[in-house]
Design a protein around this ligand. Structure first.
Ligand SMILES: Cc1cc2nc3c(=O)[nH]c(=O)nc-3n(C[C@H](O)[C@H](O)[C@H](O)COP(=O)(O)O)c2cc1C
Length: 397
């Protein structure tokens, strides 16, 4: 049997295949019925053969809530709800890993009730407001919030936790030389920019011991003066030294369409599925349609686009590495694992269109994903539960 369908142990977790569901914001965190919705989604993924399931990101503190419908883990009161989810999904066998995040400069005051905050003052592409610089005291509180998040993940019955340090969110912004221009102990050298992540894993490890702790890293971005692969390799080594159990390699910081790459920019979807733009006057929409392509230049590579970066990181560390980004064909998955470019492959959009994609590949029913990389799922999930639009706007739009 191909190595991708072989059972493995990752930081003590038993995975039935090497194909992992990468963290995917499900857009259901705004209702009290979110456990039932998560149980339905994760049960389908687990029954469909996902090796492990990384949840959509869960906010570790109120100020880090990136969307009104984001999952939250900033209070012990959430533990029974998440416990219901982990208890219901456990019989399927696939480990469930809670992703922990702080939205940083990608948050909006209208959602959090407070100013957006980032390592340094910054306005993200397309953001409604400019983030202000965090104080040293606020950084300490955010570290404590992540540690609490890890503790709550374990108490909720998750098999592990993943710290989200990719995609321009708060921790990724600290790692990026373009987004972190601080002159104190939290900025400057690679070690200083890594310090917040190091403090989180160090204190979390003391609190939870051998509990599996994973990290998702952007290995490079396209920002002027941003993160480049050689520095990401050093960051990956720091992650290993700080006791992370595995690294998931992604990319991109300010340009989200470099993270989740579409074949064409989904301008119509942005105009019709983004709550802030849907009801906007005609002229504003017209202007937005002109500005969007300038803000978000497309990347040429849309398949397997982080494999070379993952291979460089894999060669530099001793802990398992997974790679995510445009992986669609079984042949590519097999080649990545066979060549030792990564130990695992992580997929996001393919699981949205086909939650049982792993079973389909394993049984030879398909040799790849049906995903067309339209990115409507990504645009639509801010305003409603995650779904596959398959490149079509809902009727009437
Ligand atoms: C709808 C949607 C939601 C996402 N939510 C998250 C998330 O919560 N956390 C995260 O780390 N990445 C998130 N991502 C990024 C994916 O995990 C992944 O890194 C990216 O989509 C590239 O993988 P793919 O080509 O297999 O889709 C999201 C992507 C999409 C399309």
């Amino acid at each position: 049997m191909a190595a991708v369908f072989e059972a493995t142990t990752l930081a003590g977790m038993r995975l039935a295949s090497r194909i992992i569901r990468s963290a995917t914001h499900e857009g259901v965190g705004d209702g009290d019925d979110f456990p039932a919705k998560l149980i339905e989604r994760y049960s389908r993924l687990a029954a469909g053969g996902a090796g492990a399931i990384i949840t959509g990101y869960a906010g570790v503190s109120r100020g880090g809530r990136a969307w009104p419908n984001m999952l939250m883990i900033d209070d012990d009161a959430y533990i029974p709800a998440f416990r219901a989810v982990t208890d219901a999904v456990r019989p399927y066998g696939a480990p469930l890993v809670l992703q922990l995040a702080h939205g940083g400069g990608r948050t909006e005051p209208a959602v959090t009730g407070e100013a957006a905050k980032a390592p340094s003052r910054y306005r993200y592409k397309g953001a409604g407001s400019t983030a202000r610089e965090l104080t040293a005291g606020e950084i300490e509180r955010i570290i404590a919030a992540f540690v609490q998040g890890v503790v709550r993940a374990r108490r909720s019955g998750f098999a592990g936790a993943q710290v989200h340090a990719a995609h321009g969110y708060l921790l990724a912004a600290f790692l990026s030389p373009a987004l972190n221009r601080r002159r104190d102990r939290w900025g400057g050298s690679t070690e200083n920019r890594f310090r917040i992540v190091g403090e989180i894993i160090g204190r979390a490890r003391q609190a939870v011991g051998a509990f599996p702790l994973l990290v998702k890293l952007s290995a490079y971005d396209f920002d002027a003066g941003g993160l480049r692969l050689d520095e990401a390799v050093r960051l990956a080594r720091l992650c290993e030294a700080a006791s992370f159990d595995a690294i998931e390699v992604s990319c991109g910081n300010d340009n989200f369409f470099a993270v989740v790459r579409p074949r064409r920019l989904p301008v119509a979807a942005i105009l019709e599925l983004t709550p802030a733009l849907r009801e906007a006057p005609w002229l504003k929409k017209k202007l937005a349609a002109l500005v969007i392509p300038r803000l978000f230049p497309l990347c040429d590579e849309t398949e397997n686009y982080n494999v070379a970066a993952a291979a460089a990181i894999k060669a530099a560390v001793g802990i398992p590495v997974s790679v995510v980004g445009g992986i669609r064909r079984l042949a590519a998955m097999e080649a990545i694992v066979a060549a030792g470019q990564a130990d695992y492959v992580s997929l996001c959009r393919p699981f949205i269109v086909e939650p049982d994609i792993v079973a389909r590949l394993r049984e030879g029913r398909q040799d790849g994903s049906r995903c067309i990389d339209c990115d409507y799922c990504l645009v639509g999930v801010g305003g409603g539960p995650l779904k596959c639009f398959y490149g079509r706007l809902p009727a009437g739009r």
